[in-house]
Design a protein around this ligand. Structure first.
Ligand code: UT7
Length: 390
C-alpha cells in the first residue's frame, strides 16, 4: 500500500514587540517610505531578551500539535530549521523535544538558512513516504535580531523574529506532499553569512555577536529573482504539475520586489503569490510556516488546493515543494473535550520531561556519592557489605 505524508497541523508564534519602520528611521538614515517601496516591509517583530529560537519554536510547535491533535509523546521526529540556534550543541530541536516532552522523537537541526523549512518538509515527508516514520514535526524559528547589526541600514530594515511549524502525518489517502526540489551553490557562500563556528573561535573573533550577519543585498537579489522562478518550476514538475496548476504559491518572504519579479516571470497573478512580508519582514526559516498559518487563517488555503512553497537563502541554498492541502480549519475544530484531553496529555508529557531531567541529576548525584565512597574505602560498598556478612 502506498504511503502519503499529509500536513495535519500548523501553528505559529511571533514575539510581542513590534518595531515599525519609523522606529528604525529615528536612529538610522532611512525612511518608512524607502523601506516600504524597496522591500514591502512595514514592521517586524523582535524577540525579548528571555526569548530564543527554542522558546519561539516551542510555542509554534505546541500550536501545530494541538491543531493536529497529536500527543507530544507520539511524535517520532522533530526537525528544526534555524540560522539562529540557541547553541550549536545541544541542537534547538532537542530543546524543543524536551519542552514538549516528546520522549519518543528523534531531533536535529537543519542549517540551510532561509531554505531550511522547505528542506525539513521534504526530509520529513520523504521519511514518512519511505515507511520509516509515521509523523514528523517541522519547525522554522529565528531570532535574527540577535545577530544583526542594528546600525546597518541595509540589513536591520529587512529581518524579523518569529516561528512556525507543521505536523506531517502518514496516511494511505492520496495527497499531501507531492514532490520537491533541493539545491545548493556554495560558490555563493560569501553573499550571506553568519560566521560563527569552530573555525572562528570566540576568543579570536573581533566581531560582537550582534554584528555577525552579513549580506550583499544586490547579489542576493539577483540570485533570488532567478532561483525563485527555477525552483517553483522544478517543484511543480517534481509533483507532475505545471506552475499554473498551483492554487497558491507561498514564497520565502524576502522582499516584495523579488516576489513581484517571480510572479511575473512565472505568469502567476499577484493574488496567487502569498505575502505577509509587510507585517513580519524577512524571518528566514520561519517565513514560510508563518505565511502558511496566516494564509490558512485568511481562508486562502482550502482542502484539495495545491500549494507551492519556494525558498532561497544563504549557503547558497534553495528549495521548493508542492503539497496538496488536506484539512481546513473546520476539520480541525476539535470539541472542547478533545482539546482538554490534548492539553492534559501535553501537560503530562511536559511533566515527564521535567521528571526525566530530575532523574539525570539524581543519577549523577548517586554516581558522585558512589565514587567518593570508593575513593575513601578502596572497595565498593556492596563488596564491603558482602565481606562483612561472610
Ligand atoms: O533571506 C535572505 C535573503 N535576502 C534578501 O533577499 C535580500 C535581497 N536584497 C534586497 O532586498 C535589497 O538588495 C535591499 C533591500 C537589501 C537593498 O535594496 P536595493 O534596492 O538593492 O538597494 P541598493 O543596495 O542597491 O542601494 C541603493 C541605494 C544606495 O544608495 P546610493 O549608493 O545609490 O546613494 C544605498 O546606500 O539605497 C541606499 N540604501 C538605503 N537608503 C535608505 C540602502 N539601504 C537603505 C535604507 N534606506 N535602508
Amino acid at each position: 500500500m502506498e504511503r502519503y505524508a499529509h500536513i495535519s497541523g500548523w501553528g505559529a508564534y511571533v514575539p510581542e514587540q513590534v518595531v515599525h519602520n519609523d522606529d528604525i528611521a529615528q536612529v538610522l538614515p532611512t525612511s518608512d517610505e524607502w523601506i516600504r517601496e524597496r522591500t514591502g516591509i512595514s514592521c517586524r517583530r523582535v524577540a525579548a531578551d528571555h526569548e530564543h529560537a527554542s522558546t519561539l519554536g516551542l510555542r509554534a510547535a505546541r500550536r501545530a500539535l494541538a491543531v493536529a491533535d497529536l500527543d507530544p509523546g507520539r511524535v517520532e521526529l522533530i526537525l528544526v530549521a534555524t540560522s539562529t540556534p540557541d547553541y550549536l550543541v545541544p541542537c534547538t530541536a532537542c530543546l524543543i523535544q524536551d519542552g514538549l516532552g516528546a520522549r519518543r522523537a528523534g531531533a536535529c537541526d537543519i542549517l540551510a538558512a532561509c531554505s531550511g523549512f522547505v528542506y525539513g518538509v521534504a526530509m520529513g515527508a520523504g521519511l514518512i513516504r519511505a515507511g520509516l516514520l509515521n509523523n514528523a514535526l517541522v519547525v522554522g524559528t529565528e531570532v535574527l535580531s540577535r545577530v544583526m547589526d542594528w546600525t546597518d541600514r541595509s540589513t536591520s530594515i529587512l529581518f524579523g523574529d518569529g516561528a512556525g511549524a507543521v505536523v506531517l502525518q502518514a496516511s494511505e489517502e492520496p495527497g499531501g506532499f507531492l514532490g520537491a526540489t533541493l539545491g545548493a551553490d556554495g560558490s555563493g557562500a560569501d553573499f550571506i553569512s553568519i560566521r560563527i563556528g569552530a573555525r572562528l573561535p570566540f576568543e579570536s573573533s573581533a566581531e560582537p555577536i550582534s554584528e555577525l550577519l552579513y549580506m550583499n543585498g544586490h547579489e542576493v537579489f539577483r540570485f533570488a529573482s532567478r532561483i525563485m522562478v527555477q525552483s517553483t518550476r522544478d517543484a511543480a514538475r517534481s509533483a507532475g504539475l505545471e506552475v499554473q496548476d498551483l492554487d497558491l504559491l507561498i514564497p520565502h518572504q524576502a522582499n516584495a520586489r523579488i516576489l513581484q519579479v517571480a510572479a511575473k516571470q512565472l505568469g502567476l497573478p499577484a493574488g496567487k503569490v502569498y505575502s505577509n512580508l509587510d507585517r513580519y519582514g524577512n524571518t528566514s526559516a520561519a517565513s514560510i510556516p508563518l505565511a502558511i498559518v496566516d494564509a490558512v487563517d485568511e481562508g486562502l488555503i482550502q482542502p484539495g488546493d495545491r500549494i507551492g512553497m519556494v525558498a532561497f537563502g544563504g549557503g547558497l541554498t534553495w528549495a521548493g515543494c508542492v503539497v496538496e492541502w488536506t484539512y481546513g480549519p473546520a476539520d480541525r475544530a476539535w470539541s472542547v473535550w478533545r482539546r482538554s484531553l490534548h492539553a492534559s496529555r501535553s501537560g503530562v508529557a511536559r511533566a515527564r520531561s521535567v521528571l526525566s531531567r530530575l532523574e539525570h541529576r539524581l543519577e549523577a548525584l548517586e554516581d558522585r556519592v558512589r565514587r567518593r565512597d570508593l575513593e575513601r574505602n578502596g572497595r565498593p560498598a556492596r563488596a564491603r557489605a558482602r565481606d562483612a556478612g561472610e
